[in-house]
Design a protein around this ligand. Structure first.
Ligand SMILES: *Cc1c(COP(=O)(O)O)cnc(C)c1O
Length: 375
């Protein structure tokens, strides 16, 4: 039986998630903490449930991109450390301090807003070094003066120094080693002045999993994509076996045979050339199933691959089921995941869409219910 009454749902296998957390932990030295990255609704998997399961399986804390995401975790009763990795506006400082989130500060304006908002014990804050991604963070030269200036705020406590790698998922580690060298140089300058914070964190999934990057592990790692059983790229032989956590499913809404010469879906971009058995799949781009898969995508029904015919609409699309004579209304459709001996991976969809597995899972909309299994 389908675990949801909805025409489409995402199944999240919490057992697979726990397996992944433990497998990643097993690659790490004991003293390196694993922080689970649950931004963007845990890459589409459901932030609160994933956070709880990751913490239960051995994660020491959580990372989000925005204050609001951290506040939602607190409202769900999660008390673990939550690091906010993205830019925070001074207007968000009160909510950030109230929820005891750990922001990354980049300007004295942010520091001031946080300091005056914080009525509790000193709020831990982190400082990010931009070592080569050119996104958030201070340039190496700016860090020491900024950290000196932070001392004027006794309401803040500098807990962490961190950076983020641009190319740790590539075969050639030269640029990554350059970024690490820049990071280490900044850390040494801080140490020389007695200003170095207790925590450094640098590695996301790619650097965490690579045996040739042990020097990137420091006191904590920030792992996202690997938690979800997906690999950061296909350029590297990843040393551990991860289990995909997400399965995207639907029910067949209706099956019928169209006569020859029948156009299918908006624009009539597919026209039957013979009597054709088709099934209606009640999923569309309004659920995050990309319209770019019109006349290109495949789904699994009865353990067979069935091609999308015609355009993907907002709430539905049509597939050919000639090869599945037994297909009936109510049958399970798999959009991502396994059925019988066949499977459709996030990577397969990513290749078809010229994107990455991260985007494929993250883009699935909130209206698709998440169903948690094996928890
Ligand atoms: C998203 C993100 C991560 C996690 O990256 P993965 O490749 O998914 O492990 C880590 N650090 C920062 C700053 C991020 O934005």
């Amino acid at each position: 039986m389908a675990p949801s009454a909805s025409p489409t749902w995402v199944e999240i296998d919490l057992n697979a998630l726990a397996h992944n957390v433990k497998a990643i932990r097993a690659c790490l030295p004991n003293q390196t903490a694993l922080f689970a990255v649950v931004k963007a609704n845990a890459y589409g998997h459901g932030a609160v449930e994933v956070a709880r399961a990751a913490l239960a399986a051995g994660a020491a804390g959580l990372c989000v991109a925005r204050v609001e995401e951290g506040v939602a975790l607190r409202q769900a009763g999660i008390e673990a450390p939550v690091w906010v990795l993205g830019w925070i506006s001074p207007e968000e400082a009160p909510a950030c301090a109230r929820a005891r989130l750990t922001p990354t500060v980049n300007t004295l304006e942010q520091a001031e807003a946080l300091a005056s908002a914080n009525t509790g014990p000193p709020l831990p804050v982190h400082v990010k070094v931009d070592t080569g991604l050119s996104r958030y963070g201070l340039l190496p030269d700016e860090v020491v003066p900024f950290v000196r200036a932070l001392r004027q705020f006794p309401q803040l406590y500098l807990e962490g120094l961190w950076t983020h790698m641009a190319r740790a998922d590539e075969a050639d580690l030269t640029p990554t080693r350059q970024q690490l060298a820049r990071f280490r140089a900044v850390h040494q300058q801080l140490q020389a002045e007695g200003l170095a914070p207790p925590l450094c964190h640098v590695a996301a999934s790619a650097a965490t999993l690579r045996p040739d990057l042990e020097e990137a592990r420091f006191q904590a790692v920030r792992v996202g994509i690997a938690l979800y059983g997906l690999y950061p790229s296909d350029e590297v032989d990843w040393p551990i076996s991860l289990q995909p956590v997400m399965n995207w499913k639907a029910r067949v809404a209706r099956v019928r045979t169209l006569p020859p010469g029948t156009p299918v879906s908006y624009g009539g971009t597919f026209v039957t050339s013979q009597p054709t058995r088709v099934a209606l799949v009640p999923v569309g781009y309004g659920d995050g199933y990309p319209r770019a898969l019109s006349n290109r995508g495949q789904v699994l029904i009865g353990g067979r691959r069935c091609p999308v015919v015609g355009r993907v609409c907002m709430d539905s699309f049509v597939v050919k089921v000639d090869q599945v004579p037994a297909a009936r209304e109510g049958d399970e459709v798999v959009l991502i995941g396994q059925q019988g001996h066949e499977s459709i991976t996030a990577e397969e969809l990513a290749r078809q869409l010229d994107t990455i597995n991260y985007e494929v899972v993250t883009r699935i909309m909130a209206r698709v219910p998440r169903v948690y299994v094996n928890g």
